[in-house]
Design a binder for this molecule. Structure first.
Ligand code: ASN
Ligand code: ZN
Length: 322
């Protein structure tokens, strides 16, 4: 009899639960599955061999090495940004593991995406500090991965400058999202804090005023144009990918500031749809990309939408006809 009693009580309980379960889905929004990052930070121990030795895997506690822990944190913020803003699950949209190597080389003055992972130098301390410092640098490198898995923009000439620009755009948006800034509150700088003390400059690049980020005898002057009139024809730097990216960078800044508010919401959505949509080819130029952003804006906000007008105005402001 004791057994039957228990069975009845169990049945009563589960029937109450069933009632509850039947009601819940109707009253609450459908559950959204949270994406989960999978980060690995490796240490190259000042050598140039990749990936180096794993020092922090997902869920591991802080190591105490600022460089390692900073890289881990910024990867987390970047992952969260893509989930929150565009419901994208990691670099490839399918939860790809995010791998980084820090302490790459000795006095290494750069960071890069090698097709599979991010790599960071410590900087030489004279011109540059550690490349793990600025959030937008991590964002920039990781977005090279996003571009590789989506539009796959060829890293030469105008398509290469667009590839660079897309990394700057979302690198900056990640920082703005992290700081909760609106378009007019953001500094629109890339790599603020990266230049060592004593270097005459504020950052690596300025999206708002390309060509004004630094002017130092050792680094030279920031070579970026902000208008097609000043487009730089060169075979260096893969045909000026880090130079002419100033033009689409400034176009994004103009669109975002004319639209106003949080830049990742509308202007960022237009650029994201463009990057991940079907309108780009790997060798597309500025004009083709510009037209694709107008197409994306039209689908989102209508041909007569103020946002679409802002996107058109932005390209016209940098001398690209749409
Ligand atoms: N930091 C540079 C970049 O990501 C490295 C390079 O030139 N590939 O664009
Ligand atoms: Zn880049």
């Amino acid at each position: 009899p004791a057994l039957r009693d228990l069975a009845r009580r169990t049945l009563a309980l589960s029937s109450a639960q069933r009632t509850e379960r039947r009601v819940l889905p109707v009253e609450s929004p459908p559950p959204t599955e949270d994406f989960v990052p999978d980060r690995t930070i490796n240490d190259a121990q000042n050598r140039e061999t990749l990936p180096g030795r794993t020092v922090r895997a997902e869920g591991d506690p802080a190591t105490g090495d600022r460089t390692v822990d900073q890289a881990y944190e910024w990867l987390g913020v970047t992952f969260d940004f893509f989930e929150a803003a565009y419901r994208r699950n990691s670099i490839d949209g399918a939860g790809l593991k995010m791998i980084s190597t820090v302490h790459y080389g000795r006095d290494y003055d750069n960071a890069f995406w090698n097709g599979e992972q991010m790599v960071y130098g410590d900087g030489d301390g004279v011109l540059f500090t550690s490349f793990t410092g600025p959030l937008d640098v991590t964002g920039h490198e990781l977005v090279h991965g996003v571009t590789q898995y989506t539009a796959n923009l060829e890293y030469y000439g105008q398509s290469g400058a667009l590839n660079e620009s897309v990394s700057d755009v979302f690198g900056s948006l990640i920082k703005q999202w992290h700081l909760g800034q609106t378009a007019d509150q953001a500094d629109w700088l890339i790599g603020q804090g990266l230049l060592a003390e004593g270097v005459n400059g504020v950052a690596l690049r300025s999206m708002k005023e390309p060509g004004t980020a630094y002017d130092d005898p050792r680094l030279g002057k920031d070579p970026q144009p902000g208008h097609m009139d000043d487009y730089v024809d060169t075979y260096r730097d893969n045909g000026g990918v880090h130079i002419n990216s100033g033009i689409p960078n400034r176009a994004f800044h103009l669109a975002a500031t004319e639209i106003g508010g949080h830049s990742w919401e509308k202007a960022g959505r237009v650029w994201y749809d463009t990057l991940t949509g079907a309108d780009l080819t790997p060798t597309i130029g500025f004009q083709g990309f510009a037209r694709a952003t107008v197409g994306a804006a039209t689908r989102l906000y209508g041909a007569d939408g103020a946002e679409t007008a802002a996107v058109r105005n932005a390209w016209s402001g940098v001398g690209v006809r749409v």
